[in-house]
Write a protein that binds this ligand. Sequence first.
Ligand code: PMP
Length: 303
Amino acid sequence: AMNEASTIWLDGALVPWHGAKVHVLSHGLHYGTGVLEGTRVFDTADGPAVFRLPEHLARLERSARMLRIGLPFSAAELAQATVELVRANGHRSCYLRHFAFLGYGSMGLDMRDSPTTTVIAGWEWPDHLGGRPLRLKTSSWRRNDPNSVPPAAKGTGPYLNSALARREATDAGYDEALLLAGDGSVSECSAENVFTVRGGVLRTPPASAGALEGITQDTVLTLARDLGVEVRVESLLRSDLYAADEVFVCGTAAGVVPVASLDDRELPSAEGDLTKRLAELYRAAVTGAEPRYAHWLTPVHSS
Ligand code: PMP
């Protein structure tokens, strides 16, 4: 799955997969001083296309600014590099990982003297949650507190929070963790935003609940509005999920995935009507089958 024959874009050059190496004393390895993005390339009728690439790169820039990681490449340069990498690797579809971290130079915690290493890698990665309705478990771990580490930044170090939660949930036999914010309101899953449907109204927690400003979340909100569905970005309690008609999670890696149960409370419909409609429309948008959303696609082949 890791396409070891392909190349990786490293600081401006395409290098062989196994040549993309860093020093063991890289700052980011020790302190998690890095930022990352997960983006997907979909197979469309006009060839491979990157879904919402400018939005992902803009979020990378915002994350870097929040966490004080200097980015040596502009979003325009990274967009160009992304297209070149996907072309060079010949992927029709793939998952892309953009990341930038403090490299080798100094171990000082003030982060001043470590140069940034910038990377783009792509590999074939099927939807990691497998597409079947998920069994969620509320995590004993709270989402990173905004006054400790800003959850709005997609930083590498802060992912320990997600990794601890995911591992706890899967060790207990569940598919994914639901994380609460410090005040007990619902935040998000380890790598997906969460939505409820009740009485035909779609709800998802805001960034102030520690949820990442998900690009799939934004996509789903747009699709739902276009379907004429009432949407609300508002604070939710775990009991709002227990009491929902439908719950689903969404993210770049996972897609739009229905939830079967939370904390062993089965939802009335494991794959409800609106979830199904949104999942289908999402699929149509990312693959270019719905021309209304073609502006979200960056073609890899210009012809
Ligand atoms: N929340 C977290 C913590 C994530 O890691 C992700 C995946 N990037 C998401 C939400 C979903 O974000 P997106 O739709 O932009 O992939």
